[in-house]
Design a protein around this ligand. Structure first.
Ligand SMILES: [Zn+2]
Length: 433
């Protein structure tokens, strides 16, 4: 299984170089939780920034919010999560591990200890929490299982505080929490994860089919922007029988990960299911007034949704290249790379080289995220930067002291050229456009 081996190599690289660490490791770990390290947080922020710019700021019909993780439990009752966000599970009577019966090869005994199972029971995927100092008297609510709830809760506030007219959309990036039983494949499925979601509000009589298609196409523009090739994707049309009853069309946008083809993103036409439920449960009129036609209506929504951690995993899997036995390269697009360049003095024991290189580093650092490295020899530094995806390595040598030029080495071609220090900023900037 070469591909599973690839995932193992990626997991190892992510830990060794500070992209992703296992959660709570010094306490023996906590299953299905991970922390992003110094490089992981940069990569993830760059992905989120690219998403926000492309889906929110570049469009005239989109805006954003940042809603709370803790929302009124009434919202999750209205959305159907409290009643329906459940999995049928069996529990081992001996080791108390829980399993989805449909995922078991042998549903009669526990794969972990051979113990007997309980009857199938429904277990909620919601993380419960209590607001208030005294647990018995507190208000029980849930950590949000998706970010969309706050968008619906604020749809009217956004309309009232902005000039947007339907059709328009609200996007949001943030953490969501699911008490998943089936976890695994590194950061693919975890208890706590980050989502980027959009609710795009349209009139009930709009040509939803063509708006849906435009969104699918726009989503593929994002795939291209972040370096995920179209051939790795598969649009999985969810058939009528498997789709939520209120949804007229749903596509799971699947991606070929090293461990198989799995859902990366999705898009659904959810009709007015959400707003009508929130309107009924809250007693707040959520109708839209169209001042051109004079009509009032409850908008319908098209919902594109993205897993941020999954996107990061797809990007690293795509960028990871160890086909050259000499070096491992993360071929990240410069926009996403944690560091845009590394600066070195040719020799670390020559104070005049170090001082000059420090100057170059400090100047560039005002404009980009730049890293300093003076360990080992130049070759080792190059390979160390290749492995974390740094697009350029800049070396200050003796010639620099004479004519203010440096060598700049390209991660992908490994070619070096000599350019003036004064040109470095524009050179790096160009790679980001
Ligand atoms: Zn067991």
């Amino acid at each position: 299984m070469a591909e599973q081996n690839k995932l193992e190599k990626i997991v190892a690289l992510c830990k060794r170089r500070g992209f992703v660490f296992p959660g709570s490791e010094i306490y023996g770990g906590l299953a299905s939780t991970y922390d992003y390290g110094p490089l992981g947080v940069e990569l993830k922020n760059n992905i989120k920034r690219a998403w926000w710019k492309y889906f929110i700021q570049d469009r005239t019909d989109m805006t954003g919010i940042d809603g709370g993780i803790i929302l009124s439990p009434k919202l999750w009752e209205a959305s159907g999560h409290v009643a329906n966000f459940k999995d049928p599970l069996v529990e081992c009577k001996k080791c108390h591990h829980r399993f989805r019966p449909d995922k078991l090869a042998d549903p009669s005994k526990c794969p972990d200890c051979g113990g007997e199972f309980t009857e199938v029971k429904m277990f909620s995927g919601l993380f419960k929490t209590t607001i208030g100092a005294i647990e018995e008297e507190g208000l029980t609510t849930y950590l949000r299982p998706e970010t969309a709830g706050a968008i619906f809760a604020n749809y009217k506030n956004v309309l009232d505080s902005t000039n947007f007219k339907i059709p328009f959309g609200i996007g949001q990036i943030g953490k969501a929490f699911r008490n998943e039983v089936t976890t695994g494949n590194f950061i693919f499925r975890t208890l706590e994860f980050e989502q980027a979601e959009i609710e795009y509000f349209i009139a009930p009589d709009a040509d939803w089919d063509s708006i849906f298609e435009q969104w699918v196409e726009y989503i593929y523009g994002f795939a291209e922007l972040i370096g995920l090739p179209k051939k790795q994707f598969f649009n999985h049309e969810i058939p009528d029988a498997e789709r939520a009853f209120y949804s007229k069309r749903t596509i799971d946008i699947e991606y070929q990960f090293p461990f198989g083809q799995e859902e990366l993103w999705a898009i659904a036409y959810r009709t007015d299911y959400d707003l009508s439920h929130h309107q009924a449960a809250s007693g707040t009129n959520l109708e839209y007034f169209d001042d051109v036609t004079g009509k009032r209506f409850l908008p319908h929504v098209i919902e594109p949704t993205f897993g941020v951690d999954r996107t990061l995993l797809a990007i690293i899997s795509q960028a990871y290249d160890d086909s050259d036995s000499e070096r491992t390269v993360l071929r990240l697009s410069p926009n996403l790379a944690p560091y845009k360049a590394a600066v070195f003095p040719l020799l670390k024991n020559k104070p005049e080289l170090v001082a000059k290189a420090r100057g170059v580093y400090q100047d560039l650092k005002k404009h980009f995220n730049i890293v300093w490295d003076e360990r080992g020899n130049i070759g080792k530094r190059y390979f160390s930067q290749d492995e974390i995806g740094t697009p350029y390595c800049i070396t200050v040598d003796f010639e620099t002291l004479e004519n203010d030029t440096v060598t700049i080495r390209d991660r992908d071609t490994m070619k070096q050229e000599r350019i003036a220090i004064s040109e470095l900023q524009a050179y790096i900037q160009k790679s980001l456009e």
